[in-house]
Design a protein around this ligand. Sequence first.
Ligand code: SF4
Length: 409
Amino acid sequence: MAIREKIGEKTVSVSVGTIETIRAKLLSWFEQNGRSLPWRGGYEPYAVWISEMMLQQTRIKTALPFFIRWMERFPDPGAVARAHEDEVLQYWEGLGYYARAKNIHLAAKLMVSDFNGKLPRDFESVRSLPGIGRYTAGAIMSIAYNDDYPAVDANVARILSRMFDIGFQSGTRDFQDAVWRCAAEVLPKGRARDFNQGLMDFGSLLCLPKNPACGECPVAECCLGFGRGVATLRPVAGSGKNTVPVVRAIGIAVENDRVLVRKRPPKGLMPNLYEFPGGEARDGEDPEGALKRAWKSELGLRFDRAERLCVIKHSHTSFRVTLHVFLVFSVSGCGTGLLSDSNGTSVISLEELDRLPFPAAHRKAVGEWKRAGEMISPAPPRVRSYAHARKTGCSGACDLAKGPPQAPK
Ligand code: SF4
């Protein structure tokens, strides 16, 4: 067996001996340098599945504390299946890409109904579960069961494209076909668990995206990219999508220790998470104006005044968001009860605010609000507006007549 085919502009030819050397050296490197991770203890299939779901789009260092907390609360698929979706999302809060948590919830229910409450044992059944594609199925089958399946994520694709000097543009069908073929050829039978994890760790520790440590690399002598001086040119960069800058504004309104929020739709970005209502600024529109317009058009609500609490910058896959957070002082709803469960919104208690799942940027806004609350002096600077509220007849249905919104404790 050997890898010999036309890849890009070049013909790749790697002998059986070279492949054997790559296998032996990578396995030995993993034995000595593999990272100690909680799911690597007993390779319990459920733990491996959760780790792989968390590690999609997320670094190990970030995912680790979430993994530990998750496993304490949800030690098996049954525990996930029995939990309310809000709680599942809350345990995911901060990891982003919330569709993963929703898929885990759905998949756990399927495991309970169709697979005796366990992760299925065969590739096709694992692949059929929500949120599991070719890579994740291969990773689960090889890591949990040591079955001979390749698993090619961006890290592994980078290593293979360098090792075998794959000249196709990254992200193209030809590139994907080539790296998966190489991964299948180089996989040592019966050692998929260690070999695949070895490749993953190797990509995170040595064959790094920008500066591969070729000088310390145990397989440098077999690496075509290194030998031909093109290691850093592999993989060939894709066309790349630029991220779009977006300005958004959200408002925090409080009444009688209850906060106005709304739940996001079940499909799309951050499905089913709670958020403070707001909207995107149009061209030339200032954030407060955008907030007023969004509240009026989407919620049918108006407010007299908004105070900027903070500005939070964050990114999604294709957006760079500048989020302007305002404390909203409501006047037009006075007397009729501004905050009520209507227009797709809910009013929740401060305890629920801590318990329900929010996008990371909105959770940061809560943190800023708490910090601001701690700094509110006995004579708050917003006193003129409260006097105005009393003068204009707010009778007590709205807290504007009583004082500033209090930060949650
Ligand atoms: S020699 Fe360099 S490019 Fe090749 S596999 Fe090793 S670290 Fe990666």
